[in-house]
Ligand binder design. Sequence first.
Ligand code: SF4
Length: 178
Amino acid sequence: MDSIVRKPKIATVWLGGCSGCHMSFLDLDERLIELASKTEICYSPVIDIKEFPRVDFALVEGAVANEDHLHEIHHIRERCRVLIAFGDCAVTSNVTGMRNLFPLQDLMRQVYKDEASPSAGIPSGGVVPKLLERVRPLHEVVHVDHFLPGCPPSADAIWNLLMEVIAGNPPNEPRRFG
Ligand code: SF4
């Protein structure tokens, strides 16, 4: 009797980034069809699923910039086997982390009061997630299994990484691809 081989489940996640890494993912073009035949893409900004499921691999774009991101990355870490920091914002905080050069309260005052309206309030949570004092790369918050640098990583670098993790070839130690 033929055995049924389960396809690995994959998620892609968008935290504090510009979505450019996901644009590069879409640049896989026709290779997306091959990827869909080898894996089950369970969760992504490009498909409409609200709850993060248990998955084998999660590609996470963007840094951890606010309290929602913090909650989300811990939830993802609990529910994925292999977590990949996807792009420079996830790896180093990069563009998202440029605000770390300024004290948060000074920045908020300038953006919402000095440059907007003196009567404008400074958001402090609620509808707008509360910003963390410092933007943090993923590995400062949770364990990261693999790093895929680039701003954004090329489609070829994404493909090479995915083929290696799907084949089960990556070493046990955290590693940089690309
Ligand atoms: Fe955008 Fe570059 Fe950050 Fe990716 S690494 S989210 S392309 S700024």
